[in-house]
Write a protein that binds this ligand. Structure first.
Ligand code: NAD
Length: 293
């Protein structure tokens, strides 16, 4: 069993840390929000006063933070964790961030003789709670082999996508596709119900037809079709509109830099930005269906 520092206990990090406790690890937790730390302590974790305090003598440091700027400031610079981490500690960043920042953290870790993986996840809050996340990892083969067991305590599918930053590239591609098929699914359900069809009946038909996709199967955006989705709970996240807009921004910026065409990704970003402008940034991303009503 390992000593694990877990930094960032939000919608995803909280249940991921709980699964590490269930697997028998010693987990030291830190978040800027004290109530989130308290919740994990009631599950058996040790509260830390700071990220440094959590990481002190840990075997692994796992971070699950909102965006690249949070990850860079956690690890890099005079105030960053890398200044005090002991060699032999391993860093696993599971936040969804831009590949460039991930590579910067990899390089800073290498300078200190510390192994690192960028290991973003897919599956959402339900998979985080069930321990069935998909991890997509970037880094050396050696780092991947070292982290695989720990990641397996939080997820079901553990992929080595390639070298430093490759996990973030895979995640960026996946989430652009997710954004697009959530909008497509919402359009189809809205059109069908406007024509008098029942949303559940139409969903069942499309699930058995060529329109089947993850949004329809696991995360139906129409209220009442699936009792446990954010749509049936006033679009409480889940996965916030703000985070989806961030992820689409990463994909569009990358596509523009490498000269790859993403017309639907750009259209999707415009729609999520519209949702943000309407004050819905903190609601679940499946609330995009409300724009179509
Ligand atoms: P969240 O906002 O619920 O959680 C982030 C947590 O990080 C917050 O509790 C915040 O207080 C904490 N935090 C921020 N800066 C910190 C710091 N310096 N030190 C300690 N704690 C700090 O977000 P989330 O939904 O858990 O998402 C986390 C990451 O996972 C994001 O990058 C997101 O894109 C990605 N992701 C989310 C989902 C999802 O369904 N929610 C799915 C896959 C990936």
């Amino acid at each position: 069993m390992a000593i694990i520092a877990f930094i960032g206990l939000g919608n995803m990090g909280g249940p991921m840390a709980t699964n590490l406790l269930k697997a028998g690890h010693e987990v030291r937790v830190f978040d800027l929000v004290p109530a989130l730390v308290k919740q994990l302590v009631s599950d058996g974790a040790q509260a830390a006063k700071s990220a440094e305090n959590a990481a002190d003598s840990a075997d692994y440091v796992i971070s699950m933070l909102p965006a690249g700027k949070h990850v860079a400031s956690l690890y890099i610079g005079d105030e960053g964790l890398l200044a005090s981490l002991k060699p032999g500690t391993m860093v696993i960043d599971s936040s969804t961030i831009d590949a460039e920042t991930a590579r910067d953290v990899h390089a800073a870790c290498r300078d200190k003789g510390i192994e690192m993986l960028d290991a973003p996840v897919s599956g959402g809050v339900a998979a985080a709670a069930a321990g069935s996340l998909t991890f997509m990892c970037g880094g050396s083969e050696k780092a991947f082999e070292k982290a695989k067991g720990i990641l397996g305590d939080m997820g079901q599918n553990i992929f080595h996508a390639g070298p430093d930053g490759a996990g973030q590239v895979a995640k960026m591609c996946n989430n652009m596709l997710l954004a697009i098929h959530m909008i497509g699914t919402s359009e189809a359900l809205q059109l069908g119900t406007k024509n008098g069809l029942d949303a559940k009946v139409l969903s069942d038909i499309m699930l058995a037809s060529s329109g089947k996709n993850w949004s329809l199967e696991r995360y139906n955006p129409y209220p009442g079709v699936m009792p446990t989705t954010p749509a049936s709970n006033d679009y409480q996240p889940g996965f916030m509109v703000d985070l989806m807009a961030k992820d689409l921004g990463l994909a569009i910026a990358n596509a523009s830099a490498c000269g790859s065409a993403t017309p639907l990704g750009e259209k999707a970003l415009g729609l999520y930005q519209q949702k943000q402008q309407e004050g819905d940034g903190k609601r679940d991303f499946s609330s995009i269906i409300e724009l179509l009503k």
